[in-house]
Each structure stands twice: as structure tokens, then as C-alpha cells.
Write a protein that binds this ligand. Structure first.
Ligand code: HEC
Ligand code: HEC
Ligand code: HEC
Ligand code: HEC
Length: 185
């Protein structure tokens, strides 16, 4: 007698196929239900996101936007070695200060030893990743020892914050001394 290999018990296969079909249908229905309405309107992203991005508040502006109201600082800052440094790095964002072209609130102004901390965030020799050709760095307290002053001197006693070489150049000119390096700027 020939042996019967084919099983009559196939309900487990039917169950698996059914599960696949149910999962597939749920996936299609769920996707349509969960995706935002404007998905795919222009491409593989939410079309209404363009509008959302347009409405994001612009918090930071250029230095030029500050100069509109701060004329005296404009003359100093634009002529000095800090001309490429953003006002906002040291004072915070425009949007905290000006709304619809009007002064609305104070910006922070660093005082005392906070100023030293601020300067050293860019000029500290410890920051090894910073090539000296791009930003000059100093080591503390050696910089002050070289200047032969007490090591509790603050940076802005010699460097004007908005043009750090202004007073030093003037003093050197008075003494008939050369600036070290090429400081024609
Ligand atoms: C490197 C950091 C730095 C940058 C860049 C900078 N400031 Fe200042 N600013 C200071 C510090 C520090 C003081 C406080 C000065 C002091 O006490 O010697 C100050 C003072 C001021 C003051 C006077 C505030 C007061 O109450 O006396 C104004 C106004 C000002 N800055 C505006 C600007 C504008 C506008 C720019 C951009 C053109 C700018 N600053 C760029 C650090 C900076
Ligand atoms: C619409 C005019 C206007 C603009 C634009 C403006 N300021 Fe001012 N700012 C003022 C006025 C007014 C004061 C307060 C009066 C004063 O001390 O001169 C002031 C004061 C300041 C002060 C001193 C602290 C304070 O808030 O009173 C700083 C620092 C300052 N501004 C920085 C900036 C920076 C940085 C920008 C650009 C990001 C800027 N300002 C743009 C009008 C303006
Ligand atoms: C956001 C970074 C930044 C901060 C904060 C900053 N500076 Fe500068 N500073 C620069 C850049 C950029 C230059 C121009 C490149 C250069 O000469 O090193 C510069 C130039 C200088 C120079 C001239 C260097 C030279 O001999 O050419 C001095 C001095 C100086 N800064 C002092 C200060 C002092 C003091 C403070 C704190 C009030 C300060 N800086 C805060 C970025 C910064
Ligand atoms: C006693 C005055 C004095 C004090 C305080 C002082 N400096 Fe200087 N700094 C100078 C002089 C002078 C130079 C040399 C300028 C030149 O001839 O190139 C200089 C140069 C620099 C340079 C340029 C270095 C280079 O390689 O060209 C930087 C950056 C600097 N100072 C940052 C600072 C910082 C940051 C502080 C505060 C932690 C500070 N200085 C405190 C007087 C001072």
C-alpha cells in the first residue's frame, strides 16, 4: 500500500496566512490614519511643514541690525579686530531685545570677572582644537605676568571689549612702539 505523505492538518498554515492578511490590512489602514494630511503633497515630507518653517520666529540677526540703533558702537566695532565677532555671542539674541523694530527688554551685559570668562571662551590657549592662525590665544595667568601686572587684572582694563586693540595701539603710538606681528588692521 502506498504511503500517504500529505497531511490533512493544514489549519496552522491558514492561521499564519490570515495573520499576514490582517497585519497587512491594519498596516495600510493605520498608515493612512496616522500620516498627516499633507504628507507627500510635494515630495516625501509633510507639505504644511513649509508654512510652519516660514512662521518660525527669527531670533538672531546680523550685527548690521544692531547698528541701526547703536551708532557709536558701530564706528568702534566695525573698525576693530572684533569686526567679525557677532554682538549676539556676547549679548544674546536680538529677539529678546527688539520686537517690531522697538526696544522691548534689556540684553545681558557681562560685568566684572564674567568678562574674563567670556573672553577666554574664544581666546584661551587651553582650547587645543583652535588653530592660532584663526584666533589668537593666550595662556592665563602667563599673559598677565608677561604684561607685568597683578594676575587679578581683568581683560577690559587693557582691551576695550568692542575693539580690543584700540587702547593698546594708541598707547604704543604714544610711546613710539611697534605692535608685535602685523597689526595694520
Ligand atoms: C566680545 C564680546 C562682545 C561683543 C562682540 C560685543 N559686546 Fe557689547 N559689551 C560687551 C561687554 C563685556 C560689555 C560691558 C563693557 C564693560 O563693562 O567694560 C559691553 C557693553 C555694551 C553696551 C553698553 C551696555 C552698558 O550698559 O554699558 C552696549 C550698548 C553694547 N555692548 C552693544 C554691543 C553691540 C551693538 C555689539 C555689536 C556691534 C556688541 N556690543 C558686541 C561685550 C561684547
Ligand atoms: C530698535 C533699536 C535697537 C536695536 C535694533 C538694538 N538695540 Fe540695543 N538698545 C536699544 C535701546 C533703546 C537701549 C537702552 C538705552 C541705552 O542704554 O542706550 C539698548 C541697550 C542695549 C544694551 C545695554 C543693556 C540693555 O539692554 O539696556 C545692549 C548690550 C544692547 N542694547 C545690545 C544690542 C544688540 C547686541 C543688538 C543687536 C542684536 C541691539 N542692541 C539692537 C535699542 C536697540
Ligand atoms: C566669539 C569669540 C570671541 C570672543 C568671545 C572674544 N573674542 Fe577677541 N577675537 C575674536 C576674533 C575672531 C578675533 C580676530 C582674530 C584674531 O585676531 O584673533 C579676535 C581678536 C582679538 C584680539 C586681537 C588679537 C590680535 O593680536 O590680532 C584681542 C586682543 C582680543 N580679541 C581680545 C578679546 C577680549 C579682551 C575679549 C573679551 C572682552 C574677547 N577678545 C572676546 C573672537 C572673540
Ligand atoms: C595689563 C594689560 C592687559 C591685560 C589685563 C590683558 N591683556 Fe591681552 N594684551 C595686552 C597687550 C599689551 C597685548 C599685546 C598687543 C600686541 O602688541 O600685539 C595683548 C595681547 C592679547 C592677545 C593677542 C595675543 C597674540 O598672540 O597676539 C589676546 C588674544 C589677548 N591679549 C587676550 C586677553 C585676554 C582674554 C585677557 C583677559 C583674560 C587679557 N588679554 C588681559 C594687554 C593686556
Amino acid at each position: 500500500m502506498e504511503k500517504e505523505y500529505k497531511s490533512k492538518y493544514y489549519s496552522h498554515v491558514v492561521k499564519i496566512v490570515l495573520i499576514f492578511i490582517v497585519v497587512g490590512v491594519l498596516a495600510v489602514v493605520g498608515r493612512n490614519y496616522l500620516l498627516p494630511d499633507t504628507m507627500g503633497q510635494y515630495g516625501h515630507y509633510r507639505g504644511s511643514d513649509l508654512e510652519d518653517q516660514r512662521n518660525v520666529e527669527v531670533r538672531s540677526h546680523t550685527n548690521e541690525s544692531c547698528f541701526e540703533c547703536h551708532r557709536p558702537i558701530r564706528l568702534i566695532h566695525k573698525a576693530g579686530v572684533h569686526k567679525t565677532v557677532s554682538c549676539e555671542f556676547c549679548h544674546g539674541p536680538y529677539a529678546d531685545h527688539v520686537k517690531d523694530g522697538k526696544y522691548v527688554a534689556k540684553l545681558p551685559v557681562k560685568k566684572g570677572m564674567e568678562i574674563k570668562e567670556l573672553c577666554l571662551r574664544c581666546h584661551n590657549k587651553i582650547i587645543r582644537a583652535r588653530p592660532e592662525e584663526s584666533i589668537k590665544v593666550v595662556a592665563m595667568p602667563q599673559h598677565l605676568e608677561e604684561m607685568k601686572v597683578q594676575v587679578d587684572h581683568n581683560c577690559n582694563q587693557c582691551h576695550m571689549v568692542h575693539d580690543p586693540l584700540l587702547w593698546i595701539k594708541a598707547a604704543n603710538e604714544m610711546m613710539g612702539m611697534e605692535m608685535k606681528g602685523d597689526k595694520k588692521n
